[in-house]
Design a protein. Structure first.
Length: 470
DNA sequence: ATCGGAAGGC
DNA sequence: GCCTTCCGAT
């Protein structure tokens, strides 16, 4: 009766942020990567899963960001339900049940329904962000200002209560207290404590303009599988993303111009130093990735947002190897060394050769693809590993598939307008502000191209850490 | 289509 | 705790 869904077993963790060239590790606390950190369950949670789908271009025909920031549309309810059913080994999952689970999130304020719009829901980013910056004192942090930003300016205040936090990460001893951020280190300088504090605040480290790596969601995945990465790089090894340990970029890979925006971005950009400086290092962030403002600014504080696949702009990337639905558990794509996707996701490679677009499940099922079997490595349709409580289980996938309809949109990707409205000035200085050393404008040249710069960064990082610890 | 109560599984 | 399943109501 065991569910041996490979999706929950084989997928490697991925680093939170991926900074081409100037690599920087922004790892969340270990517990955040563990399936057990999901309350009451060691399995993936539905909202994780939804976010996971949302960030994959190949599923944009099924589910995609649309409308307001954080708003998404389930274009193919049956298909989403099917995928969810596969993931959870629930062959009889359907949209009715899935939507019930989504409704379950209403009370938890993780999601809410966009009334009047069919199959349209909206994430409450306060929740999502909190999950990733659990130690932030949202009540006193400028981050809070970002919250109302995502609630359409209306209605309810974000649920930033410690209780709410606990509901998501009950293991947190003292969620929501920024004080704990420092107390912990001062009193019990355990490695864990240090790690927790430092990792929780990427912007305390280097002010490097990080590019957000397409997130793996707070995952159902085990976080320490032996896994071979290309170029001899394993992002999950300690220090893998430290500045003197830059992963080599695959030949021909360039930084995509479409990294994730960050729902916090506009909020943070309105903040006083250090956030603003982190967002616009050197006062010029846009030239780095050759894009507009959204291009290079989302990484540094993009950890939480990116990790969770918050609304992409303008295009999201495939999850590659970490994409269970892409068949990670069923074997890597031929021709790709294992792990290419792992980094490729950050480089926009996993989606396929340049100029190509991964075919969405809907497209595939819809007959666009002639041979549905030929790309079975991209989609898990085999439920044989799942426990079965029904003799007709094998019909499930088929039936669901036949019900699915092709829903293609003219536009690619989940286009979302960047947040344009400005936030009110911060209510109070950020508690971390005084701890962050002023950083000079950063050169735009990625350290990967400049070893001496990398050394410089390393030194700076060290200094920063010293300051924090002192 | 959407909602939420209720019961039950894990 | 987080769904899954079922179902009546709107």
């Amino acid at each position: 009766m065991d569910c041996n869904c490979v999706s929950d077993l084989l997928l490697p963790p991925v680093p939170t942020l991926w900074t081409p060239g100037l690599t920087k590790s922004i790892a969340f606390p270990d517990w955040a990567y563990k399936p057990e950190s999901s309350p009451g369950s060691r399995q993936i949670q539905l909202w994780h899963f939804i976010l996971e789908l949302l960030q994959k271009e190949e599923y944009h025909g099924v589910i995609a960001w649309q409308g307001d920031y954080g708003e998404f549309v389930i274009k193919d309810p049956d298909e989403v339900a099917r995928l969810w059913g596969i993931r959870k080994c629930k062959p009889h999952m359907n949209y009715d049940k899935l939507s019930r689970a989504l409704r379950y999130y209403y009370n938890k304020r993780i999601l809410h329904k966009t009334k009047g719009k069919r199959f349209t829901y909206k994430f409450n980013f306060s929740k999502v962000v909190l999950v990733n910056y659990p130690l932030l004192d949202m009540a006193n942090s400028p981050f809070l200002l970002a919250q109302n930003h995502f609630t359409n300016g209306s209605s309810t205040a974000p649920d930033c209560s410690p209780e709410a936090l606990q509901s998501l990460f009950p293991r947190l001893p003292d969620s929501g207290r920024v004080a704990s951020l420092f107390d912990r280190g001062a009193t019990a300088p355990s490695p864990e404590g240090d790690k927790l504090r430092l990792d929780a605040f990427p912007f305390l480290s280097s002010g490097a303009p990080c590019y957000s790596k397409p997130p793996s969601l707070l995952g159902p995945y085990p976080r320490s599988p032996p896994f071979d990465y290309p170029w001899g790089f394993n992002p999950y090894l300690p220090g893998a993303f430290s500045l003197n340990n830059c992963p080599k970029l695959p030949p021909g890979s360039l930084y995509p111009s479409h990294f994730y925006p960050n729902p916090l971005q506009s909020s943070l950009s309105g903040l006083p130093h250090p956030f603003s400086s982190l967002l616009h290092p050197g006062g010029d962030a846009g030239d780095r990735a050759g894009t507009g403002p959204a291009g290079a600014t989302n990484g540094t504080v993009g950890g939480p947002a990116a990790r969770l696949g918050l609304p992409p702009y303008p295009v999201s990337m495939s999850m590659g190897r970490t994409d269970l639905l892409s068949g990670a558990g069923l074997g890597a794509r031929e021709g790709s060394p294992p792990g290419v996707g792992g980094l490729g996701i950050g480089l926009g490679l996993a989606a396929g050769p340049p100029g190509t677009r991964p075919q969405s499940p809907s497209e595939r099922r819809g007959g666009v693809k002639q041979d549905p079997e030929s790309d079975s490595d991209l989609e898990i349709t085999d439920l044989s590993d799942c426990s079965s409580d029904n003799e007709n289980d094998h019909e499930f996938s088929k039936a669901a598939r036949s019900r699915s309809q092709i829903i293609l949109e003219g536009k690619k990707g989940g286009m979302l307008p960047p947040l344009s409205s400005s936030l009110p000035p911060p209510m109070s200085p950020h508690p971390l502000k005084s701890l962050v050393p002023l950083t000079p404008p950063r050169p735009s040249l990625p350290p990967s191209l400049s070893p001496s710069l990398a050394l410089h960064e390393r030194h700076r990082e060290t200094e920063t850490l010293k300051m924090i610890h002192s």
